[in-house]
Design a protein around this ligand. Structure first.
Ligand code: DCP
Ligand code: MG
Length: 420
């Protein structure tokens, strides 16, 4: 009897955690389950709620009435995410907290705790790679997974494996996620939203017309508000509308690359592989101040924030095992204009003091008359610390590490103070 071996068909999953930051917070405050909760505003300092932990109790015992409410919030922070009960009030990511307070004054507000989210991010990704090793990291709460050759990856179009991953993540972390499984990344990304939260959607090639074409063009990862506006002006609202336009027409109106890409996308075609390890190009930390700060009047405060940012970037680099040689800064002024400067040094580093020193020199090249809203520090031209020569330079034969210059482009002569 001849053995029949079916060639596996390409099955790609996109997994996205549900209300990620908020769900992580609810793990330590389970008493908030089912309530409208938003995450945003200040970073976690001393947790105000924690002060009310009853004698011998835990965070889970903090009485509900002691949690801060959105209606009492004053400031200009934005929401990073909101629980699903809060979303029913029209609240969502990137909305100003004061505006959200008008929509749902009784929502509970919690500060962000990036370290905690990163810990959970690492945990759920580890669960996935133990089951399905070909995983592409797409940020703190989402990944692509190649199901094609994984055990169970073909059963029910990938639903069986998706269920296993969902269950394993939940058991390991207490968090839920939503998964789309499809012939490629493009469709998988759209599909993971179909049954949020805690859902699975399985899409086959034949489902293109019924499931994908009715969606608005904005659902395509890569069609942003500007492109969408232009498409709308041409009466193209859905992906189906897009599919019915001639490829040449799209190229004539959107340019060669974009037009051709739009055509492919509308017909559900995408050959991009799932890339297991992406090397970071740079690492950065930035902070938006609670109020505008001025280089002279708030010199000490700014200096401390600046040093802290450099330490954080250094910690990130060291934890992830990278060193870099291009060090840069970013400022946003009170008029929202952005200035960046960077400088490339002759050796690789992950040292907070070295980063601080070079970043300080960059700061001397930007105008500092206007008050500042935001300050950021970046280290680029990275390489793995393990590949470094003993003298802090790259061993011969390595690839080039970016441009060897002061990359600001504009003269930064106007400065008011040598503060940093
Ligand atoms: N995030 C943010 N600012 C934004 C959008 C998101 O800080 N403008 C953060 C908070 C989210 C996390 O990134 O928890 C993941 O983003 P998602 O878009 O996946 O949103 P959620 O996971 O919160 O919700 P959903 O269930 O819709 O995926
Ligand atoms: Mg998410």
């Amino acid at each position: 009897m001849a053995a029949v071996t079916a060639t596996p068909i390409r099955r790609i999953a996109h997994l996205d955690m549900d209300a990620f930051y908020a769900s992580v917070e609810l793990l330590r405050y389970p008493q908030l389950k089912g309530l409208p909760v938003v995450i945003g505003g200040a970073r976690r300092k001393v947790d105000e709620a924690v002060r009310d932990v009853p004698e011998g109790g835990t965070l889970a015992d903090i009485p509900l009435h002691t949690f801060p409410l959105l209606k009492d919030y004053v400031g200009r922070g934005v929401i990073t995410t909101a629980t699903y009960p809060a979303r029913q009030f029209g609240i969502g990511s990137a909305m100003g907290l004061m505006k959200a307070a008008k929509l749902c004054p009784q929502a509970i507000i919690l500060p962000v705790d990036f370290d905690e989210y990163r810990r959970y991010s690492r945990r759920f990704k580890q669960v996935i790679t133990e089951i399905a090793p070909v995983m592409e990291d797409r940020g703190v709460d989402e990944v692509y997974i190649d199901f094609t050759d994984v055990a169970g990856g073909q059963r029910e179009g990938g639903r069986v494996l998706a269920r296993l991953i969902q269950k394993s993540i939940f058991e390991a972390t207490g968090l839920t996620c939503s998964i789309g499984v499809a012939p490629n990344k493009l469709i998988a990304k759209m599909a993971s939203e179909f049954n949020k939260p805690n859902g699975i959607s399985v899409i086959f090639e034949d489902d293109l017309q019924s499931r994908i074409w009715p969606l608005p063009c904005r659902k395509v990862n890569g069609i942003g508000p500007k492109a969408d506006e232009k498409l709308q002006r041409h009466e193209i609202r859905t992906i189906g509308d897009l599919a019915l336009r001639e490829r040449d027409w799209l190229i004539a109106n959107f340019g060669k690359a974009t037009g051709a890409w739009m055509h492919e996308v509308a017909w559900g075609r995408d050959e991009r592989p799932v890339v297991t390890e992406s090397e970071p190009v740079s690492m950065s930390r930035e902070t938006t101040f609670d109020r505008d700060l001025h280089a002279v009047r708030h010199r000490a405060e700014l200096g401390a924030i600046f040093t802290r940012l450099c330490e954080k970037v250094a910690e990130d680099l060291q934890r992830k095992g990278y060193v870099g040689k291009t060090i840069g800064i970013k400022l946003r002024y009170d008029d929202f204009k952005i200035a960046t400067r960077d400088q490339t040094i002759d050796h690789f580093t992950a040292d907070a003091k070295a980063i601080r020193r070079v970043a300080g020199q960059c700061l001397k090249r930007v105008p500092l008359e206007r008050p500042l809203r935001l300050l950021g520090v970046r280290v680029g031209a990275l390489m793995k610390a393990g590949e470094l020569g003993a003298d802090g330079t790259k061993p011969a034969g390595g690839t080039g590490a970016g441009r060897p210059s002061q990359g600001d482009g504009r003269g930064g002569s106007a400065r008011t103070a040598s503060l940093f």
